[in-house]
Design a protein around this ligand. Sequence first.
Ligand SMILES: [Cu+2]
Length: 366
Amino acid sequence: MLDAARRRIIHGGLFASAAGMASSLFPGPVAAAQAVAPGASHHAGAMEVLHGGMTTVGEVDRERNGFDPTEIMTDWDVGQVSIADDGRRVRIYEITAEDKEIEIAPGLLFPAWTYNGRVPGPTLRATEGDRLRIVFRNQGSHPHSMHFHGIHSARMDGVPGAGVIDPGAEFVYEFDAKPFGCHLYHCHALPLKRHIHKGMYGAFIVDPDPARHPEQEETARSRLLGAPENGRWQEFVMVMNAFDTNFDDENEVYAVNTVAHAYMKRPIAIDRARPVRVYLVNVTEFDPINSFHLHGNFFDYYDHGTTLTPTARTIDTVMQCQAQRGILEISFAEHEPGMYMFHAHQSEFAELGWMSLFDVRAGATA
Ligand SMILES: [Cu+2]
């Protein structure tokens, strides 16, 4: 799998490889990136103290991208909510497919296909039993769809003949939010791997309805967005993705929520007194598996998020194939404050961008 070009990337570090790829593919923004020497003081941060500067150099322009990996982690799209005549809650989501160039590492632009202009697409969140209507408009240059991992009819599956629509067209997917869990959606137009690796995917979270789980009502409430029991948790969505920047069916850049090393440069602030819940989804194309490994701590894991009791307890690493996902629950209550790493335990992925930090603090976080 590991060809000579990739080895050069690994040994040269991501900065060198990103600049090299960008200069051949995307002349322009590279000059700015190259002007910043590795180790320059103005970007010195936690990652250099902890990891010898083994990270990207410079900053991604979040404004131009129109999305911010830090905000994506907690940005839930709950739709437009109304109550139907029969008393059921209805949620309407509006999603538009569009072509968009995004910056995935400093100076490295990728010609993405997006949902609502961002990668990953909006994190759609609902409660078990809600009626969902997803109004999907295709303003991109290719046929696209939204294929949900959930329970629905064949007509609503988002595959060719059932919701793959041409540029300029519109389709409404309608189904009930079930089962509760940590799910995803992605484009299912052909060729599938192209539409996925171009950026057409997002998380789809269905919170359990506590009334349906009387035997574990308290646990269900802790998962229900807006419930007081949920408010004490620090919840984050993390979509593990990667980018094939030279179109050779192998990835050159790896990340959580698209931007390489985003959470090395801006570690995720954690109040150690409050538990942490991560909705983890793997959409990585081309590589058979991805993984999440936490330093200095262990977590409980709920495969697919479809149970209220953990499917694995006290683990520090979990593997996921593409489209596999789950919920991690972590406590730092007994830990001393500090920077706690987490990353893919495929070392290659970590060095090419999938490396992050929790900044665990005593006392409230801003
Ligand atoms: Cu597509």
